[in-house]
Design a protein around this ligand. Structure first.
Ligand code: AMP
Ligand code: ZN
Length: 467
C-alpha cells in the first residue's frame, strides 16, 4: 500500500513498525463550537484510511485528543484562549462548553459514519503527563523559562521545518497582524509549552506546576497523549493540512527531543474544504454544519459521498450545486443496489477481480473516487446478484455509505435498465403496427401485459405505466 507522506513529500510504501498493528493518532477538535463540514472532511477521509487499513486485516489502534484547553485564537501563542472565548459567548463555563461540543462532535461523526477512535482523551485530563514531558525537555536543555512561561527552544534542533511548505516571511513576528511580539522568546519559532503569564488574568482553568499556576500550550497535548497511549513510535499521524505548521511541526520538535529518536513515520494531511469565497473556518463564525445540511433536507451520508468523489490531497470547493449532484448520484446508486435481487450464494472466485480493483484504488494513496468507480463496475458486472451484494457490502465497510441498509429500506422499484428495455419493446410494437404486422404487435402487447405494463395511446404516441 502506498500513501503520501508529508514528511518525505513522496508516496511511500506503508509498513507499520509492528507487523499487523497500526498505531494511529488524530488531532481531535477544539471543542469551543460545532465542527464545520470542513473539519469533518478531514475526519471522513481519516476514517476511510482507518477502515481501509482494517479492510486489509490490520489491527488499527487509534487515539484522538479533545482540545479543551490551550488553543489560542492565533496559532502563534497569542490572543485569547478559544475555549474561554466560547464560554464567554455562551455564558457557560469552559467545562460545560467542552462537554456540549464534544458530544455534538461525536453525534455529527455518527451521522457521517465516522468510527469513534478506540481511545479519546480530553487534554485537561492529562495535565500531569504534560508537566512531566515539559520537565524532561527542560532537563535535556530543549526548553527554557522566560517571562513566566516555558518555551521550546527551536534553535536546539538540527531540523525544525519538517514539512517546509511555508514561506518563512509569513512566520516573522509582526509580519501578520495577529502575531504580537513576544519579548520572552529567544527565537521567532520558539513556542510555549506552559503559560503562567496569560494575557488574560481570568483564565478559567489553571493548574499548579513547577513553573507556577498556569495552563499548557496547545501542542504539548498531542505529543504527550500520543506517547502515553501508543508509545514512542507512531505509524501514522493525521490532521487537516493547516495543522502541518505550526502544530505538527511543533509536535515533532518536542516529541523527538523528548524520546531522542524518530517518532512518527507517516504524516497524513487532508486538504481543505473551501467555500467559493475561501477557506471554511470555525473562528470566522461563518460555517456550515451537519445539522444545517439536515435542516436543508440532505442525508449526511450524501456529504460523505461528496467527499469520497474527490482526492483527499486536493482542496475541495463546497457548493450547493455540487452537493445536489452528489445527492442525485447517491439516490441513483441506492436505487441500483436495491434492484439487485436478494438471495443466492456469493462466489468468492468471481468476486476476487473486483476486490483487487478496489484494493488497487485505495492502495494507491487512498484514491477514493477510483474506489467509487470500482463500486459502479460491480453494479455493471456480469456476475451473480449474490456476489454483487456481497461485494457492495464488503466495499461499504470502507466507504461507509450504508448502501445495503438503505437499499433494503427502499420500496422495491424496477431498475432503470428495465425502463429502457420496456421503452424498446413499446417502440418495437409501434414499428410492428406501422408495418401492419398485427400478430407481432399483439405478441408484444401480451408480453408487456404479462410484465405488468399498461399501454395507453395518446395524441403524442404510446405511453406506458406500471400496473
Ligand atoms: P480544530 O477543531 O480547529 O482543531 O480542527 C479540527 C480538524 O479540522 C483539524 O484536523 C484541522 O486541520 C481540520 N480543518 C480545519 N479547517 C478545515 C477545512 N476547512 N477543511 C478541512 N479540514 C479542516
Ligand atoms: Zn494535534
Amino acid at each position: 500500500m502506498k500513501l503520501y507522506n508529508s514528511a518525505t513529500h513522496s508516496k511511500d510504501e506503508f509498513t507499520p513498525n509492528e507487523p499487523g498493528v497500526v498505531r494511529m493518532y488524530t488531532c481531535g477538535p477544539t471543542v469551543y463550537h460545532f465542527a464545520h463540514i470542513g473539519n469533518l472532511r478531514s475526519y471522513i477521509m481519516e476514517d476511510v484510511l482507518e477502515k481501509y487499513l482494517r479492510w486489509r486485516g490490520l489491527d488499527v489502534r487509534r487515539v484522538m485528543n479533545i482540545t479543551d484547553v490551550g488553543h489560542l485564537t492565533s496559532d502563534a501563542d497569542t490572543g485569547e484562549d478559544k475555549m474561554l472565548k466560547g464560554a464567554r459567548r455562551e455564558h457557560k463555563t469552559v467545562l460545560e462548553i467542552a462537554k456540549f461540543y464534544t458530544d455534538a462532535f461525536f453525534a455529527d461523526c455518527e451521522k457521517l459514519n465516522i468510527r469513534k477512535p478506540n481511545t479519546v482523551v480530553p487534554a485537561t485530563s492529562r495535565i500531569a503527563d504534560f508537566i512531566e514531558m515539559i520537565s524532561v525537555l527542560l532537563e535535556k536543555g530543549y526548553a527554557y523559562v522566560a517571562g513566566g512561561n516555558v518555551y521550546f527552544d527551536t534553535s536546539k534542533l538540527d531540523e525544525y521545518y519538517i514539512f517546509n511548505k511555508h514561506n518563512e516571511d509569513d512566520l516573522l513576528v509582526g509580519a501578520r497582524e495577529d502575531v504580537g511580539l513576544d519579548e520572552a522568546k529567544r527565537n521567532k519559532t520558539d513556542f510555549v509549552l506552559w503559560f503562567t503569564k496569560s494575557k488574560f488574568e481570568d483564565q478559567e482553568l489553571k493548574w499548579e506546576s513547577p513553573w507556577g499556576l498556569g495552563y499548557p500550550g496547545w501542542h504539548i497535548e498531542c505529543s504527550a497523549i500520543s506517547m502515553r497511549e501508543l508509545g514512542d513510535r507512531l505509524d501514522i499521524h493525521c490532521g487537516g493540512i493547516d495543522n502541518a505548521f505550526p502544530h505538527h511541526t511543533n509536535e515533532i520538535a518536542q516529541s523527538e527531543a523528548y524520546c531522542g529518536h524518530k517518532w512518527c513515520n507517516f504524516w497524513f494531511h487532508v486538504h481543505h474544504l473551501n467555500t467559493e469565497t475561501g477557506k471554511m473556518s470555525k473562528s470566522s463564525g461563518e460555517f456550515l454544519t451537519v445539522s444545517l445540511l439536515e435542516e436543508k433536507g440532505y442525508d449526511p451520508l450524501v456529504y460523505r459521498f461528496f467527499n469520497l468523489q474527490s482526492h483527499y490531497r486536493k482542496a475541495l470547493t463546497f457548493t450547493w450545486d455540487a452537493l445536489d449532484n452528489a445527492s442525485g448520484a447517491f439516490d441513483k446508486l441506492i436505487a441500483r443496489v436495491a434492484a439487485i435481487p436478494a438471495g443466492g450464494e456469493a462466489d468468492p472466485d468471481e468476486m476476487e477481480k473486483y476486490r483487487a480493483a478496489f484494493d488497487e484504488a485505495l492502495g494507491n494513496d487512498l484514491n477514493t473516487s477510483l474506489a467509487v468507480t470500482a463500486l459502479y463496475d460491480v453494479l455493471k458486472a456480469d456476475i451473480s446478484p449474490a456476489s454483487k451484494r456481497a461485494l457492495i457490502a464488503d466495499f461499504d465497510t470502507v466507504l461507509g455509505l450504508d448502501l445495503i441498509a438503505k437499499a433494503d429500506a427502499k420500496p422495491a422499484e424496477e431498475p432503470a435498465e428495465a425502463d429502457a428495455e420496456i421503452d424498446a419493446l413499446v417502440a418495437a410494437r409501434t414499428a410492428a403496427r406501422a408495418a401492419k404486422n398485427w400478430a407481432e404487435a399483439d405478441r408484444i402487447r401480451d408480453e408487456l401485459k404479462a410484465r405488468g405494463i399498461i399501454l395507453e395511446d395518446t395524441p403524442t404516441g404510446v405511453k406506458w405505466k406500471r400496473a
